[in-house]
Structure formats: C-alpha cells, structure tokens
Design a protein around this ligand. Structure first.
Ligand SMILES: Nc1nc2c(ncn2[C@@H]2O[C@H](COP(=O)(O)OP(=O)(O)OP(=O)(O)O)[C@@H](O)[C@H]2O)c(=O)[nH]1
Length: 167
C-alpha cells in the first residue's frame, strides 16, 4: 500500500497532478468522486473532468460513504479520491460525527491493498470566517488533512500548478 496526499487551493492543479500520478500505474484506475452536481455550473465542471479523464478510468460516486466505497475496492486497484473537502462538507451538512467519520476514513485509506492518491484543499489560509459553520468546517478540514498527512508516504502541496513535495 502507498498513500500519496495532494493538497492545494482552488484551481491549484491538484486534480490534474493526482491523475498524472495514478496514470503512471497500470490501468484500470478507479476515480472516487465526492462532488454532487447541485447546479448547472457544477454539472459543467464535472463534465470537463470526465472528458479529461478518458479511457482507463472507472468512476465511483461517494459523496457520503467514502469509507464503505474504499472497502469495496478490488485489492491492488490504483485509486484516486477527489476530494476530501467535498466529502467533509457533505458529512458536515448531514450533521455527522466528524471526528468518528474522519477516523474511519483514515482507517479505510490505510486498509486498501493498493496505491491510493488522495486530493484535499488546504483551507484556512485566509481571514477567519465570520460564521460558526464555516469556522467549524475550516477546523475539521485542517484536522483531517493533518491525520491523512501523518499516514501518507508522500505529501505534495500544489502551488500555482506546481507540485511542492512536503513529505
Ligand atoms: N460526481 C462527480 N464528481 C466529479 C467527477 N469528476 C470530477 N468530479 C469532482 O470535481 C471536483 C473538482 O473540481 P474543480 O472544482 O474543477 O477542482 P479544483 O479543486 O477547483 O481545482 P484543481 O485544484 O485544479 O483540481 C472534485 O471534488 C471531484 O469530486 C465525476 O465524474 N463525478
């Protein structure tokens, strides 16, 4: 098992970089998507991602049950999880026990018998949000990122499309 964690801001190029890492491995590659298309703009974004991925990729949707989806994978399959931020958002809005769910997610990432690349946002670099929900989210995201980074073999921080290896 190898775990590679790719972090960055919005439009930092993290999805593309994560895809390139996985595409160096033998296909088929599993893409676990956590986004839900709530509006036309998000539908278009997702369409662009799907068009870019092309042959060799199989997409699984896991907006909520990410640990269960990971547990159901065939051993050895290279997998890309894109991204933890939307999964955490979905679970926060579902009023889940975030500490327990994040611990279960880290266990599931570690349990997959194959290469895993995980994408997440490095949030919290801006000003303190003015509402409690956003502050809660920011803190939960920071904690989850630390947990995944601690377990990862490699951590890459994307800056303006450029990968910076931090672990
Ligand atoms: N449901 C679904 N979501 C997808 C699919 N492909 C990509 N996505 C989602 O698209 C999201 C990323 O989209 P963007 O907003 O373009 O990425 P970004 O994080 O702003 O930018 P980058 O740092 O450049 O990757 C991820 O959360 C994915 O889950 C898919 O096939 N189905």
């Amino acid at each position: 098992m190898s775990l590679i964690f790719v972090l960055g801001g919005a439009r930092s190029g993290k999805s593309r970089h994560a895809e390139e890492i996985v595409e160096r491995l033998p296909p088929p590659w599993i893409y676990i998507a956590t986004a839900e298309a709530y509006d036309a703009e998000m539908t278009e974004r997702i369409g662009l991602h799907r068009a870019r991925r092309g042959e060799g990729w199989q997409t699984l949707d896991a907006p909520h049950d990410l640990p269960g989806t990971l547990a159901g994978l065939t051993p050895g399959q290279p997998v890309l999880v894109d991204c933890l931020t939307l999964w955490l958002t979905n679970r926060l809005l579902a009023e889940a026990d975030l500490a327990a769910e994040c611990a279960a997610l880290v266990d599931a990432l570690g349990a997959h018998d194959g290469p895993v690349v995980v994408v997440s946002n490095e949030t919290g670099l801006g000003i303190v949000p003015d509402n409690a929900l956003a502050r809660r989210f920011r803190d939960a995201q920071g904690r989850l990122n630390q947990m995944v980074a601690a377990h990862a073999d490699t951590v890459i921080f994307m800056v303006a499309g450029l990968p910076m290896k931090v672990k």
